[in-house]
Design a protein around this ligand. Sequence first.
Ligand SMILES: Nc1ncnc2c1ncn2[C@@H]1O[C@H](COP(=O)(O)OP(=O)(O)O)[C@@H](O)[C@H]1O
Ligand SMILES: [Mg+2]
Length: 361
Amino acid sequence: MTEEKIKKVLSGIREPVLNLDFVKLGFVKDISLNGKNLKITLGISDRSGNILNETAAKVKEEFKRTLPELDNVEINFVTGVTEQINEKKSSVLPGVKNTIAVASGKGGVGKSTIAVNLAIALAKEGVKVGLIDADIYGPSIPIMFGVNEKPKVTQIGEKNKLVPIEKFGVKIMSIGFLMEESTAVVWRGPMASSALKQFMSDVVWGELDYLLFDMPPGTGDIQLTLSQTIPLTGAIIVTTPQEISLADARKGHIMFQKVNVPTLGIIENMSYYLNPDGSREYIFGKEGGKKMCAEFNVKLLGEIPINTKIRTGGDEGIPVTAGDTVGKEAEVFTEISKELIKEINLMNTDISNSSDIVIEI
Ligand SMILES: Nc1ncnc2c1ncn2[C@@H]1O[C@H](COP(=O)(O)OP(=O)(O)O)[C@@H](O)[C@H]1O
Ligand SMILES: [Mg+2]
């Protein structure tokens, strides 16, 4: 029995979400054969519900059929992450599989809150996550992560590079780490753009599955700089249900379309307030995000309630998703992170998106 034989079996089994075989997807993470006992670790796009049990049963069945000499087959699953398809894939961030902007047209809608909690929730799915604070004029990451230290400098080749700070399982970088709190940030546009570029080129990010960008509001210089520096995997647009916020979110979506960055989905924040009796109060109106998704044919990734703990978590530097035991406020972020992993995998393996697949006739 050889590893090759085992791989051959796995190349005949399709991952249930992406409908491509495990080998082709690079989702065979580990094979360990001990006599007649086989242990394999497979990546999978969706670890919820019955999918794991059903897939495990299917894989075991296939081994029983093709390699009956095996006594025992044990299957472990980990989150499977695919790499962005892009022939122009940037040399700026060579170790990063996917780059995601968390954006909106408007300030104060919860971009930073969502970027921070999503990053932590993603890390808890067992993937490697980084977060760049792209809001150079008004960085939120230091406070929301409760970080009050300066990143270390390391020398790589001839160049000095910054080592990102790691907290709650996420590698983070913010202009706020590099400046005194009292220093008023008076940047000219080009300075802010060049700071953002340096966060990509002069920070040792290493290998990452996802690098998130917490964007400033609007559709200005920083958004343009980012989309011109790297081919983003996609953007998440954050909005509240209110018309005034939706109008700006539409602008954000349209701007990313113009620079060929797909919208991965919309997150509606402050969707409702959960009353103690379980009823919902729609403070900022109802289902605005849903309507916007229908209008642009994009996915609604989630609806996040307005909640005191979500705010205090950010203010106190311990987001609701952080820590080993989290409250129910974290659930919505966990759900969105799972959805996001699935959506990005689907996008990355969508044949119509790929230019390097040759159809044999
Ligand atoms: N779902 C929520 N529930 C309660 N407060 C929230 C929620 N989302 C954001 N906030 C609060 O609203 C304010 C603005 O959020 P922030 O994430 O800084 O927005 P942005 O980055 O879009 O400017 C912050 O004080 C934050 O704590
Ligand atoms: Mg912000």
